[in-house]
Write a protein that binds this ligand. Structure first.
Ligand code: ZN
Length: 160
């Protein structure tokens, strides 16, 4: 396999690390004193969970896990970045939903305030109408008395 020639094993302190190097010949093994570089892809073997650091150029290559010997594919950094972006987008989405919910609660509280003031106003209006009706009733009584007197006077006049 051409891909399997593009890797070397590296001692990283106590941890063994696989570094993809396209120029290295088949089966060639090197011991290098290197550290993980910023563009290295750090990932775990999906079979045995061995942690590996692969040079960024090795993304997508099929390599043999140094521990379990399974053929595994080096993940693409873009995929990880996309996952991080998706997580950030989801967090942003949740944050927006929370803000929307908080605004909704504030709106409902304002609506409730308006409703309470309307109830107060209606109660006041109802009380005013009651007073008005009582007043009209009194006036009607006065008019009724006056009419009674007129009728009585007319009766008297007719009797004369
Ligand atoms: Zn493994």
């Amino acid at each position: 396999m051409a891909e399997e020639t593009k890797q070397i094993r590296v001692e990283l302190g106590e941890a063994e690390t696989v570094v993809a190097v396209p120029e290295v010949g088949e089966g060639e093994e090197l011991k290098l004193n290197i550290s993980i570089q910023p563009n290295d892809i750090v990932f775990d073997c999906p079979h045995c969970s061995k942690s590996m650091a692969i040079d960024g150029a090795g993304a997508g290559l099929a390599i043999t896990c140094p521990d379990c010997q399974n053929i595994i594919q080096v993940p693409y950094p873009d995929t990880m970045a996309a996952e991080t972006a998706a997580d950030a987008s989801q967090m942003q989405n949740l944050h927006e939903q929370l803000t929307a919910a908080q605004n909704r609660v504030a709106d409902l509280a304002a609506d409730l305030d308006v409703a309470n003031r309307r109830i107060d106003h209606l109660e006041k209006t109802q009380s005013e109408l009651k007073t008005h009706l009582e007043h009209m009733s009194t006036e009607w009584g006065v008019i009724q008395n006056a009419l009674d007197r007129v009728m009585a006077l007319m009766q008297e006049i007719r009797l004369r």
